[in-house]
Design a binder for this molecule. Structure first.
Ligand SMILES: Cc1cc2nc3c(=O)[nH]c(=O)nc-3n(C[C@H](O)[C@H](O)[C@H](O)COP(=O)(O)OP(=O)(O)OC[C@H]3O[C@@H](n4cnc5c(N)ncnc54)[C@H](O)[C@@H]3O)c2cc1C
Length: 508
C-alpha cells in the first residue's frame, strides 16, 4: 500500500495553495508547477476507479470533487458480472460482497422476468445489489489507500492545455497543473463542455421522480395498489426500505430543470394523479429526479484531456449499466494512461481507449433505447415485448441479452484471430489458485502452458506464469492489465511482436 506519492508531489492540500502569485497558464517558465501527472475531475465511481488504477503504477493523481460530502441518494440496482470480475482482479471483491446482496443474473433486460441462462461463462455469475453511495465510498477508500489525493469542495471551472500539460482552474480561482486532465464529472460534465466536444443524441422525453420518505398507510394497502399500477406504469414503485422508510419512484409531470431538485409536493401531486392517493408520504430523506436522455460524446480525447463515465455517455438507467460502464471505462483507460506517463506506451496505445470504449458505449445506448421502447404502454411496443418474452425462452436469445448487459460478451477488435482474442478471460483455475488473484497489481500476464516462452525485456511490466495445468484450451495467452486477451499462440517471435504492440519497447 502506498500512502504517499513516490515521485515527490505534495502530500497535503496546503502545499498547492502556498504556490505564490499563480501565473497565467501560457506564461512559459512562470507556469504553475507540474505537481501532478493526472488530475481527475469528479470522485464518482468512474473517477475513484481511475484514480486507483493509476496509483497501481505510481502515477501522481489528484481527484477534485465539487461536493463537500459524498452523495447520499441511492441510484444503483447492482454491479454486473464484468464489474464484479474487475473488482476480483484488483482484490476488492470480498470487501464489496460484504455490503451487497447476491441475486441471480436475470430479469434486467427491459425488466422481462426470465431465469438466468445456465452456465454463464464466469466465476462471478450473479448480480450484486449494492447502493451507489456504498460502492462509491468503497472505491474512494480504495483509491486513497493506494495513495490518491482526493480534495472535496473543489469544482473544476476551467482549464487550458499546452504541449507539456494542462492548467486546471478551480471555481475559487486556484490553479493547479498536471500532465493530463480526465473529465469524470458526470453527465453535465464541465470538462466535456469546455473541451467543445459534441454530445449528440436525444434529449429527455420523460422524467421520473425518485426519493426516500415515510408513508402514512399500511404496507398491504400500498402493495396491492402498486401491483395494480405497475401493470401500466413501469417506472412506479413504493418499496419498504427499512426503519419505516420507503423508496418512492413515480413518473414526473413533465421534463423540467434537472438542476432543481423536486419537492415533496411534486411527489404527492404525481402519486395522486397516478394512484389516486399520495399514500400520506412525508418526512423525505432525499428527493431526486432523472431523465431518459441518451447521448454519446463525439470524442473521448482531445490532446491531454480525456473523458470517461457519464461525462462521455448518458442513457436511461434501465438495465442498470451506467455505473458499470464508467467503471469499465476506467479499467480500460487506467493502465494505458499510466503507460503514457511512465514513458513505455506505444504511440497509439492511448488512442485505443476511444477505439475500444466508444463502440461499447454505442451498444449500451442502443440496448437502452430498445429497452425503453419495450416499457411503453402503447399497443405496438407491448406486442413486441410479448414476442421478445417468448423468444427469451430460447436459451441463446436469453444468453445473448444477459451477456450484453453484464458486459461479458464484449470483444475488442484486435484484428483477425481466434474468438477468444479481444475478449476478457474468465477467472480460471491456475496452479497458484485463481487467475484473477495474479492480476491485483494491474500488470500484464503471460499465461504459458508450453512453459517454453519468456517475457524477456518486458518483465518490468508483464508477469509470466508457466503453468501446464491452467484450465485453458490454447497453448498461451497474453493478458492486458484489464484482463483482455491480447495474444494467443506459442511462437516467441510472434509473442515479442505483440508484447511490443501493447507494452512498448523492451527495457535495457
Ligand atoms: C435512478 C438511477 C438508477 C441507476 N441505476 C444504476 C444501476 O443499477 N447500475 C448502474 O451501473 N448504473 C446505474 N445508474 C447510473 C449511474 O448512477 C451512473 O452511470 C454513475 O453514477 C456514473 O458514474 P460517474 O462517476 O461517471 O459520474 P457521477 O456518478 O455523476 O459522478 C460525477 C462526479 O463528478 C462531480 N463533479 C461534477 N462536476 C464537477 C466539477 N466541475 N468539478 C469537480 N467535480 C465535479 C460530481 O459531484 C460527482 O461526484 C443509475 C442512475 C439513476 C439515475
Amino acid at each position: 500500500m502506498h500512502s504517499q506519492f513516490s515521485a515527490g508531489p505534495p502530500s497535503n492540500d496546503r502545499a498547492e495553495r502556498d504556490v505564490p502569485g499563480l501565473p497565467s497558464p501560457a506564461s512559459g517558465a512562470d507556469r504553475t508547477p507540474l505537481r501532478y501527472d493526472v488530475i481527475i475531475a469528479g470522485c464518482g465511481p468512474t473517477g475513484a476507479t481511475l484514480a486507483a488504477e493509476l496509483r497501481l503504477h505510481d502515477v501522481r493523481v489528484l481527484v477534485l470533487e465539487k461536493e463537500t460530502e459524498p452523495k447520499s441518494f441511492v441510484r444503483i440496482v447492482g454491479l454486473h458480472i464484468r464489474s464484479l470480475e474487475l473488482m476480483a482482479m484488483r482484490g476488492l471483491l470480498d470487501r464489496i460482497l460484504e455490503h451487497g446482496r447476491q441475486r441471480p443474473a436475470a430479469g434486467f433486460f427491459a425488466a422481462i422476468n426470465k431465469p438466468a441462462p445456465k452456465g454463464l461463462d464466469s466465476a462471478h455469475a450473479y448480480l450484486l445489489g449494492i447502493p451507489q453511495p456504498v460502492i462509491e465510498r468503497l472505491l474512494e477508500e480504495h483509491a486513497i489507500a493506494l495513495g490518491a489525493q482526493v480534495r472535496r469542495g473543489c469544482a473544476v471551472a476551467g482549464f487550458e492545455q499546452d504541449d507539456e500539460g494542462v492548467t486546471v482552474e478551480l471555481a475559487d480561482g486556484e490553479q493547479l497543473r498536471s500532465r493530463y486532465l480526465i473529465g469524470c464529472d458526470g453527465g453535465r460534465s464541465t470538462v466535456r463542455k469546455l473541451l467543445g466536444v459534441g454530445f449528440p443524441g436525444e434529449p429527455s422525453r420523460t422524467e421520473t421522480l425518485m426519493g426516500e420518505m415515510e408513508v402514512g398507510v399500511p404496507q398491504e394497502e400500498i402493495a396491492a395498489k402498486v401491483a395494480d399500477i405497475r401493470e401500466t406504469h413501469q417506472p412506479f414503485w413504493l418499496r419498504p426500505f427499512g426503519r419505516g422508510i420507503y423508496s418512492v419512484v413515480v413518473p414526473a409531470a413533465g421534463v423540467g430543470d434537472r438542476a432543481e431538485p423536486p419537492t415533496l409536493e411534486d411527489f404527492q401531486q404525481q402519486l395522486r394523479t397516478i394512484a389516486g392517493t399520495d399514500f400520506g408520504v412525508h418526512s423525505p430523506r432525499w428527493l431526486s429526479r432523472f431523465g431518459d436522455a441518451t447521448r454519446l460524446a463525439e470524442r473521448y480525447r482531445v490532446g491531454r484531456v480525456l473523458l470517461a463515465g457519464d461525462a462521455a455517455h448518458i442513457h436511461p438507467p434501465i438495465g442498470g449499466q451506467g455505473l458499470n460502464l464508467g467503471v469499465q471505462d476506467a479499467f480500460n483507460l487506467g493502465w494505458k494512461l499510466a503507460a503514457q506517463i511512465r514513458g513505455w506506451a506505444p504511440d497509439t496505445l492511448l488512442d485505443t481507449y476511444q477505439a475500444e470504449r466508444h463502440p461499447v458505449a454505442e451498444d449500451v445506448l442502443d440496448n437502452t433505447r430498445a429497452q425503453m421502447e419495450l416499457l411503453s404502454a402503447e399497443p405496438g411496443p407491448r406486442a413486441v415485448r410479448r414476442l421478445l418474452t417468448e423468444l427469451m425462452d430460447f436459451d441463446e436469445v436469453n444468453r445473448h441479452l444477459i451477456e450484453k448487459i453484464t458486459a461479458i460478451g464484449i470483444r475488442y477488435d484486435f484484428g483477425a484471430g481466434p474468438d477468444l482474442l479481444g475478449r476478457r478471460l474468465r477467472d480460471i483455475d491456475v496452479k497458484q489458485g485463481r487467475l484473477y488473484g495474479l492480476l491485483h497489481r494491474g500488470r500484464g500476464l503471460l499465461l504459458d502452458r508450453t512453459e517454453g516462452l519468456t517475457v524477456g525485456g518486458w518483465s518490468d511490466r508483464v508477469d509470466h506464469l508457466a503453468d501446464p495445468t491452467a484450465a485453458l484450451d490454447v497453448p498461451c495467452v497474453l493478458l492486458r492489465p484489464d484482463g483482455h486477451v491480447a495474444w494467443i499462440g506459442d511462437d516467441q517471435q510472434d509473442l515479442d511482436d505483440h508484447l511490443s504492440r501493447w507494452f512498448g519497447r523492451p527495457a535495457g
